[in-house]
Write a protein that binds this ligand. Sequence first.
Ligand SMILES: Cc1cc2nc3c(=O)[nH]c(=O)nc-3n(C[C@H](O)[C@H](O)[C@H](O)COP(=O)(O)O)c2cc1C
Length: 360
Amino acid sequence: MATHALSTRVSEMLGAKYPIFGFTHEIDVVVEVCLAGGIGVYGGTRNTPEEITEALEEISSRVGDLPFGIDLVLPKNMPEKNNREEIEAELPNAHRNFVDHLYEKYNVPRDNLPGARSRFVRSEEVARNQLDAVLRSDAKIFAMGVGSPPEMIGAAKEFGKTVLSLVGAPRHAEKALDAGADLIVAQGYDAGAHTGEIGTFSLVPQIVDLVAGKVPVLAAGGVATGRHIAAAFALGAEGVWMGTPWLTTKEHNTSPKMLNQLLNASSNDTVRSRSDSGKTLRMIKSAWSEEWDTEGNPKPLQMPYHDILVGDLLGSISRHQVEPLLHQPAGQGIAFFNEVKTVRETMEAFVAEASAVVQR
Ligand SMILES: Cc1cc2nc3c(=O)[nH]c(=O)nc-3n(C[C@H](O)[C@H](O)[C@H](O)COP(=O)(O)O)c2cc1C
């Protein structure tokens, strides 16, 4: 692989042109990131093991020998079984009534279909089967979104995967290192979806110092331009990990209403809320986050109870495009994306600007 201004240990170790990771739930985006020289990572946590196998086979067949990854969120203390009835039996009445009230207040159709969060119960059983699908796949890279269970890192390494751990605080990085992670993604407060309390600029150099060169660190959370990529290098990161930039790309399957919200959103239009999954998740502000944040309304439950409480409702809001409850995860960097571009154009702009800044 030829070296250039953005080459680092990470691009060399993985055989990619650029140490730029693109996290996404869209197969087409994963493929285009890889074809443009980056490393596409498929977010598979809401997919069944069979779907994960199918998606990874498709990606592999479309990108050939280029490296790509798969990300799973594997939180601790989930129930053993994928048993929806058991979880439903424990949902408090006040919460069920509030969800009924939201259906009525916003005229959300009751179509009796599950949403992404309620297709199955996040459980030890599902996690084991998802991991099994990952291990048997051609994906070279396995990323763990929340937590770094040593037994899962060990299993992935036995199967020859390069393991990445997403961390939001120095203590999480220590655990990930001890568990054997090959790369650490330091993901700061600005980030879309599940995110912690520490800002990217404070977090990245702390993690870089803590890791002390043992493994490379990637910067994540608000990395949205080539300038951010150059800044990440200056902070000691050897690559970047991005999720928000792909949401407004041509290849991303975003509905016209959602796309309009994203293209017009400023950094102020995102909020961290537990209202989607039970864990703090940065999303576009909407009546959804406001309802759950209103004094006197029930507070979100813990994962996976909240997933099952609101999963069908969220599914219907999305299927029927029910404004003003429509929303989705996005980071503060959304302010930088005001027009639709292809993934390749987006990558080319990142690389050109970052290279110029690094050289300067
Ligand atoms: C729409 C969306 C969905 C996400 N879903 C996941 C996920 O399933 N697993 C995960 O590890 N991270 C997820 N993330 C977080 C990304 O992996 C990444 O850390 C984050 O987007 C980086 O910050 P940025 O949003 O500022 O680019 C998601 C992010 C977005 C924007």
